[in-house]
Design a protein around this ligand. Structure first.
Ligand code: ATP
Ligand code: MG
Ligand code: MG
Length: 388
């Protein structure tokens, strides 16, 4: 059907699930990441010897050029890559999403400026050009306490965020975020976190997946419920409209994750965008007509986009986070999960387990919310805890 070779920067779990989708469509994939056994490299052997996976960093210009030489279309499973090199290779291969989009998103302050300039709803924020005691106190004076301090770059799983509750902790914040470029966001007293995956075609048309509720623990996604339940019959459509408008403001094709806050008065604020498949969209593999991974491939290859509709009444996704350096507890739990009706177990094949590391996930589908809760309950009761 398609003979284009897809090059993926990054070989973690998102790349692994992309590669699994690609194998179903017989799309050849070349992965760039360090080591021979990155999770994505375990999925399928390249179809021809000259298409072998590349051992190197997705931030290394030489390795990115090597990947571009093997591929017809480049895409990313992580935004923390070298965009200047992507700009350069975009003259020879298609790059999705557009390098300019990744540049906007990889600096979270620049991302906020972009969202603001497109009149998208966000919390007030301020650049902190000088990350000093004075710079932070000034931001706190203008945005109030608590104050969300964020690293502009290289942030994930909340590593790079510091909640400043009291001015006496400014020094702690500086030490925690030491050396990182900072900005501040006004604290958002949200009642729920929600997310929408949006598919964008090369011509800029968008369609969205159902709105989901995401539940975080210590800044890391813990649970996702699909679809979002609400007494407000307009809420889902409003969230999808904001998410699609957000993604329309960007360039290039693929799926994008739009994380949002829901406030008590029904207001929705955009938190951040992921220019790639997203943890809050894992559930689409079992619960939707077309998964986020397959639709990402279809979009970047200019193939017809598949239906984003749910095909089950109720679904949830439970992340399997490392509880210690020992993987055996999680493996035991995954075996237990195999006995739960409607549960699908995903293990990512990562070599090292650590506290808080994403090692796998479980999707649970059900015919009703009540059935979903009944299926989820034994899983939550037995989930290995990361608490000391
Ligand atoms: P990700 O792994 O999703 O990329 P990240 O490191 O980029 O995470 P954010 O999404 O910015 O971090 O923030 C992590 C979590 O912190 C959010 O999911 C939310 O729970 C909380 N949070 C972020 N910004 C604010 C805010 N302005 N007010 C209150 N809570 C916030
Ligand atoms: Mg982020
Ligand atoms: Mg986030």
């Amino acid at each position: 059907m398609n003979h284009k070779v897809v090059g993926i920067l990054g070989g973690g779990q998102l790349g692994r699930m992309l590669a699994a989708s690609a194998s179903l469509l017989n799309v050849p994939v070349v992965i760039l990441d360090v080591g021979a056994s990155a999770p994505a490299k375990q999925i399928l052997a390249p179809t021809a010897p000259h298409l072998g996976h590349i051992d190197g960093s997705f931030t290394d210009p030489i390795k990115i050029r090597e990947l571009a030489a093997k591929a017809d279309v480049l895409t990313v499973e992580i935004e923390h890559i070298d965009v200047d090199v992507l700009d350069e290779v975009a003259k020879e291969v298609e790059v999705h999403p557009a390098p300019s989009t990744i540049r906007t998103i990889q600096d979270k302050c620049r991302q906020k400026v972009h969202l603001q300039s497109h009149a998208l709803p966000i919390a007030p924020f301020l650049d902190i050009p000088e990350p000093t005691i004075h710079g932070i106190k000034d931001a706190a004076g203008r945005l109030g306490l608590p104050l969300m301090l964020k690293s502009k770059t290289l942030a994930y799983d909340g590593r790079g965020n510091f909640v400043l509750r009291d001015l006496s902790h400014v020094q702690d914040a500086l030490e925690f975020l030491s050396g990182r470029p900072l900005y501040a966001e006004k604290w958002v007293p949200f009642v729920k976190e929600i997310a929408v995956m949006v598919v964008r075609t090369p011509r800029g048309q968008t369609c969205s997946y159902p709105v989901v509720e995401t539940i975080h623990k210590e800044n890391i996604c813990h649970l996702v419920f699909a679809p979002l339940r609400s007494r407000d019959p307009q809420l889902a459509a409003r969230a999808q409209e904001i998410a699609e408008r957000t993604v329309q403001s960007l360039g290039g094709a693929g799926v994008f994750g739009v994380e949002m806050f829901l406030l008590a008065d029904g207001q929705i604020l955009v938190n951040e965008i992921a220019p790639r498949p997203h943890n809050s969209g894992h559930y689409t593999i079992e619960a939707c007509e077309t998964s986020q991974y397959e639709n990402h491939l279809r979009a970047i290859l200019s193939l017809p986009i598949g239906s984003t509709a749910l095909k089950v009444p109720s679904a949830a996704m439970l992340n399997l986070l490392g509880s210690s350096n020992d993987m055996s507890e999680l493996v035991g739990f995954a075996e237990f999960a195999l006995g739960v009706p409607g549960a699908s177990v995903h293990l990512y094949g990562k070599t090292g387990c650590r506290k808080g590391r994403k090692m796998g996930h479980i999707t649970i589908t059900a015919n009703s919310d009540a059935e979903l809760r009944a299926r989820l309950r034994p899983l939550l009761q037995r989930l290995p805890s990361a608490d000391p």
